[in-house]
Design a binder for this molecule. Structure first.
Ligand code: SF4
Length: 293
């Protein structure tokens, strides 16, 4: 199998078979990101994709019915290429039923609603989209390459096409004192959309990121763990879209999961308890113990 960097996928996609059709990230400029630094963005040659599918087809290990496409944003590829990938996957691996991938918000610019509908019909589903926050100032500061108007434009098109997706939220992204604004703006955006899940990770800085350099220079102060819990409360309190909300990533010292609005009160109570427990520094110690994501 050809993998330009280690397999990166959300925890809930662990049971997939893995295939690389792009490597690296076409953007590669987000200030907090540590991923894909060992691989420049590249589109895999068709012969390489076919060879990997032949290798998967020949393997006796077939305990998966979903393929996860490696790389930060294989959905940047044009519609025709993605359809050809799907057709070839099903031809060579007939037991596969669906295909997932990370996607950037900007990956949908070059696709019409009808094309996205066709991609959904071809089995693409539960794309994980790194929205991160709905706050324009923060999106710009973190070099995400889009602002909230584009999140609303592209993801509304994805919703209308019936292509299911998971939105990522980064808790603590705005740093000290910024949590309530990020929560309010993120709720404003998600309340106009239909993600099947909002999946939360918490900002965990590593030395090789530009944001870490900002911390060293004094231009960015990390949010403490209590602030982050309050930010989560502010977000969950405001969410009106009917969706699953999960904080189960390794970067989350407090794990909660439920459906909003149905389980809102239970999740808020769990966060209140966590805030009470947060005064002994246990969550700071947890974050300091994270070696990688
Ligand atoms: S956060 Fe995602 S889009 Fe941004 S540089 Fe990292 S992999 Fe690329």
């Amino acid at each position: 199998m050809h993998f330009a960097s280690g397999v990166v996928r959300p925890p809930f996609e662990a049971a997939c078979g893995f295939l690389q059709i792009t490597s690296g990230c076409s953007h590669n400029r987000c200030k907090f990101c540590t991923f894909y630094k060992d691989a420049r963005f590249a589109v895999s040659p068709w012969e390489e994709i076919e060879a990997d599918l032949d290798e998967l087809a020949a393997s006796p290990w077939r305990y998966y019915d979903r393929i996860w496409l490696q790389g930060a944003d294989s959905f940047v590829l044009p519609y025709d290429r993605l359809m050809r990938v799907a057709e070839t996957i099903y031809e060579k691996l007939p037991w596969v039923k669906s295909i997932g991938a990370f996607a950037r918000v900007t990956n949908f610019r070059n696709k019409t609603e009808e094309q996205l509908r066709n991609l959904a019909a071809a089995g693409y589903s539960r794309l994980t989209v790194g929205v991160e926050t709905g706050d324009d100032q923060l999106l710009t500061r973190m070099n995400k390459g889009y602002v909230s108007d584009e999140v609303l434009e592209q993801m509304s098109k994805v919703d209308a096409a019936g292509l299911t997706w998971v939105g990522q939220f980064v808790n603590g992204l705005g740093g000290h004192g910024y949590g309530s604004r990020s929560a309010e703006e993120t709720a404003r955006v998600y309340n106009q959309l239909h993600p099947m899940m909002i999946y939360t990770a918490s900002l965990t800085l590593f030395e090789d990121t530009p944001l870490y350099a900002d911390v060293q220079a004094g231009s960015f102060v990390e949010a403490n763990e209590r602030e982050r819990l309050r930010e989560l409360k502010a977000l969950i309190s405001r969410l009106e879209c009917d969706t699953v909300f999960k904080c189960e990533h390794v970067s989350m010292p407090v794990k909660i999961a439920g459906r909003v609005p149905r389980d809102r009160d239970a999740m808020l109570s769990a966060l209140d308890e966590a805030i009470e427990e947060s005064y002994d520094g246990r969550f700071e110690r947890y974050r300091a113990s994270i070696a990688n994501l």
